[in-house]
Design a protein around this ligand. Structure first.
Ligand SMILES: C[S@@+](CC[C@H](N)C(=O)[O-])C[C@H]1O[C@@H](n2cnc3c(N)ncnc32)[C@H](O)[C@@H]1O
Length: 450
């Protein structure tokens, strides 16, 4: 259920107030992963609550027909709950909100969420929902984590923001979603910062120095890349590869970046080697990215002669893994550094039928169509927001008989697939892939044909 459905479903009722504490029984899980509870029929979406739990929850936003709340005490855990494995300072890891759910249940919920989104938000039916691809590893699968600096009792801490708080940072020694190498790298930078006495940046005060640390690593090449994000300030040379300076009180980790060590990370995937720039996107679960691309390749059903467009191609991973089975592949991507990586990755792997273009999808697809000619297949892998209506129209203009849509958000895939249906495409197959165990996130691949 989502907030809109809650509004429709319920009549007007007495409204609980922000800050109020309620005892709630969690009945089910909503799209996005929060628990759903009812207080006198009034729907409450509870962060930190799993089906079968009884929790004390504090209300945040309270709208006319639904409210949002955070569980502050687990009064009676669901009989199904498995013990938390990743905790920091006695609190469950904010990065693993579903770790209390048995893994089989996580898979069932994810599959059901994809199915529900397509049917209810897209009005789609008649497609085959294939069994969800389970993750190869439940823990230590993330190859990238972004940590925040903070202060607690006068000591510098480095970890994650406490759930629902942008101020408080929980110190971390071992995050079990991250590899051991990633944890070691983070702890080394924290030790350096404490030894040098460099303070964390304080947003309300707009003082201090250290903001974030981004650690990327590759289990396959053994490389680790560290990027420190600070305010403009003088301090001793940090033990990191990259140093980004961000001005002003806003969040975010983008800014001018100096290179102190290795600029690129090298990763191996599907038998190919990939250079990854700090500004470029790379799938955060390498072994499951391989499985995701294998599903995309299966749906693509290439025979060796086709022209393929890979829109939102990042560093060219999908285009390059398909290149050996296609006549030619064309990648389009907005971030110029990622396009430079994609070109370099084609050379690195001796692939000569791949071409890449740096452009926004809404502006770049028409010129690409003119330059390359009509594609036999369009692969789409947009960010969470999905495709704008304009981009959907540009893709329809490509006239490809087959579209393979890789989506990290079924609630945006659904309306996009419905728009493609209006243009004569049929949604044939959908396969969810679990890239993010212990979290509500689910990736899926969809095949549309006309
Ligand atoms: C989910 S990632 C997929 C990347 C790649 N297919 C992969 O598997 O690694 C989405 C990509 O779309 C790019 N992007 C975001 N907005 C875009 C736009 N308007 N036009 C083109 N590319 C865009 C991002 O930079 C990112 O590389």
């Amino acid at each position: 259920m989502d907030p809109t459905a809650a509004e429709k479903e319920l009549g007007e009722r007495a409204r609980p107030r922000r800050g109020e504490e309620l005892e709630l029984e969690i009945e089910s899980l909503a799209q996005g992963g929060r628990g759903v509870a009812r207080a006198n029929g009034y729907v409450v979406f509870v962060t930190g609550g799993l089906p079968g739990d009884r929790v004390r929850a504090r209300l945040g936003k309270a709208k006319r027909h639904y409210a949002e709340a955070s569980a502050i005490e687990l009064l009676r855990p669901s009989a199904e709950r498995v013990p938390d494995r990743c905790e920091h300072g006695g609190e469950p890891c904010p990065g693993a909100p579903w770790q209390g759910l048995p893994y089989e249940r996580q898979l069932e919920h994810k599959s059901a969420q994809v199915d529900e989104a397509l049917r209810r938000l897209g009005g789609l039916e008649g497609f085959e929902l294939e069994p969800i691809e389970a993750a190869a590893a439940g823990w230590r699968y993330r190859n990238k984590l972004e940590y925040s600096f903070g202060a607690r009792d006068g000591e510098l801490v480095l970890g994650f923001h406490r759930r629902g708080s942008w101020r408080e940072v929980v110190d971390i020694d071992d995050c079990k979603l991250a590899s051991e190498a990633n944890n070691t790298a983070r702890n080394r930078v924290r030790k350096w910062a404490r030894t040098e006495g460099i303070p964390a940046y304080d947003r309300p005060e707009q003082g201090g120095v250290l903001r974030n640390l981004v650690v990327r690593d590759s289990a396959r090449t053994g490389q680790v890349q560290t990027r420190l994000v600070t305010s403009p300030a003088q301090f001793p040379r940090p033990p990191v590869d990259l140093h980004t300076v961000v001005e002003g009180p806003g969040g975010g980790t983008d800014g001018p970046t100096g290179v102190l060590g290795a600029e690129y990370l090298t990763e191996e995937l599907a038998g190919l080697r990939f250079r990854v720039s700090p500004a470029a996107f790379f799938q955060t679960n390498t072994s499951m990215a391989e499985r995701l691309y294998a599903v995309a390749a299966d749906y693509a059903a290439l025979r060796g002669t086709e022209r393929v467009f890979d829109l939102y191609c990042g560093i060219g991973t999908i285009a390059l893994t398909l290149a050996g089975r296609a006549g030619e592949v064309w990648g389009l991507e907005a971030v110029p550094e990622a396009v430079a990586d994609a070109e370099s990755n084609a050379r690195l792997n001796g692939i000569d039928n791949a071409h890449f273009v740096a452009a926004q999808a809404r502006l770049g697809v028409r010129p690409l169509l003119e330059q390359a000619g009509q594609p036999d297949l369009v692969v789409l892998d947009p960010p969470r927001a999905g495709l704008s209506s304009k981009v959907v129209r540009r893709v329809i203009e490509c006239g490809a008989p087959r579209i393979v849509y890789v989506s990290c958000n079924a609630t945006t895939l659904a309306p996009n697939a419905a728009q493609f249906r209006e243009a004569g495409y049929t949604l044939r197959r959908v396969r969810p892939v679990d890239m993010f165990p212990q979290t509500p996130h689910v990736e899926c691949v969809a095949l549309l044909e006309r």
